[in-house]
Design a protein around this ligand. Structure first.
Ligand code: CP3
Length: 364
């Protein structure tokens, strides 16, 4: 296992400084799904390789992770390891396929309580997901300190929903039926998933991840009360267990939480041990500052569809977004991921607008 000393030293630590609330000469930026199908060079790799094969092959995962860093040289302040949140259900014993034009698909999802028996009793996370650790270590070396590297995981509720729905869903009716009908069994599955998540986060950190983002992409689908009952306790547990282990091992890696759509819970999300709360585009920046009381750094939150607009509109919206968040304790990002129809040039306009406007904001 690599230790901190073995990696090339970091030449751009803007994002780590923003997390700590330190002064930054410009606002750091990265975007969710910055590696992906909007990049012709990604599609080229994808033509010859199944999605999960890329995730499982450290050289390919590393190559694809670095594609946006190379293309937008000097404009991205973080990289994020190429992988998927659904590698956890796979490690727990469920089959997951990535179906062309449809997204993730579980041929045998968890439907009835009896199906829980199909999950492994104990998961050797470090063995099952060692390919992610190898990809992280390799990418840290290849990044050569250009910017820090994110590891990530799906949140317990979002993974629970995928395991029961068997894929994407408009209503999440099956997953919610479980919460209402089998609360005890639901908590058992959420806890089991949480235990795997904690091990997986720590493994990614030991392998070289310099920041961790937890994606609760379906957090906003729950009522505030259900979110407090079935998501928040596990998100809290993840942060406290990971932080306790980091203290013991002398590691210091900031934790980011992205609970898409969870507007009603921003106050809670800013007080359960995460350093950064990431916002989707339906949240007003100023309201988010009020709700989170400057306890955390905020990240976000341009509408991904803004990248379909003319360049002058992108620039104007970027200026307004940066002014609304302010230059401190802030990381610019989209409110959700890049989409296959986006043009890389539009992303470049977005990134340059952030660099140009934030350099002139003056937060000193
Ligand atoms: O660049 C990065 O941000 C890192 C890579 C990354 C991927 N998935 C690659 C990917 C990350 C961080 C994820 C997380 C992920 N995966 C989430 C959380 C973020 C979010 O979007 O809310 C979720 C919900 C998933 C599950 C998932 N994986 C879905 C719903 C899909 C289909 C999306 C679609 O548009 O079809 C995927 C597939 C996926 N994950 C792709 C990529 C690049 C596209 C698949 C392909 O190449 O065919």
């Amino acid at each position: 296992m690599k230790t901190k000393r073995d990696f090339p030293s970091l030449k751009n630590d803007l994002i780590l400084r923003a997390v700590k609330g330190e002064e930054v000469e410009r606002i750091p930026v990265w975007v969710m799904r910055q590696a992906g199908r909007y990049l012709p060079e990604y599609l080229e790799v994808r033509k010859q390789n199944d999605f999960f094969k890329i995730c499982r092959t450290p050289e390919l995962a590393c190559k694809v992770t670095l594609q946006p860093i190379d293309r937008f040289a000097g404009l991205l302040d973080a990289s994020i390891i190429f992988c998927d949140i659904l590698v956890i259900p796979q490690a727990m014993g469920l089959e997951v396929q990535m179906v062309e034009g449809k997204g993730p698909h579980f041929p045998h999802p968890i439907r009835v309580v009896e199906d829980l028996k199909r999950l492994k009793d104990t998961v050797d996370v470090d063995k099952e997901l060692s390919y992610v650790y190898e990809a992280i270590t390799l990418t840290r070396i290849k990044l050569d300190g250009r910017c820090p590297l994110f590891g990530f995981v799906g949140a317990p509720w979002t993974l629970f929903a995928y395991m029961i729905e068997g894929g994407g869903s408009k209503t999440l009716s099956k997953a919610k039926t479980w919460l209402y009908t089998y609360p005890k069994e639901s908590h058992r599955l959420l806890q089991k998933t949480t235990d795997v998540i904690v091990d997986f986060i720590l493994g990614q950190i030991r392998a070289g991840a310099q920041m961790i983002q937890v994606f609760d992409s379906w957090g906003g689908e729950l009522t505030p009360k259900m979110f407090r009952t079935f998501s928040v306790p596990y998100l809290t547990q993840i942060a406290s267990r990971v932080k306790a282990a980091m203290v013991e091992e002398g590691l210091q890696v900031p934790l980011f939480i992205f609970a898409k759509g969870a507007h009603a819970s921003l106050d809670i999300l800013s007080s359960i041990g995460y350093d950064v709360v990431s916002l989707d585009c339906t949240i007003d920046p100023k309201q988010a500052r009020i709700d989170t009381k400057w306890r955390v750094t905020l990240q976000g939150n341009a509408d991904p569809n803004l990248l379909y607009a003319p360049a002058d509109v992108i620039k104007k919206e970027v200026r307004e977004m940066l002014n609304a968040f302010g230059a401190n304790n802030y990381i610019a990002n989209l409110g959700h991921g890049m989409m296959p129809g986006h043009s890389p040039d539009a992303l470049k306009v977005f990134l340059e607008a952030i660099r140009d406007h934030s350099s002139s904001m003056g937060n000193k």
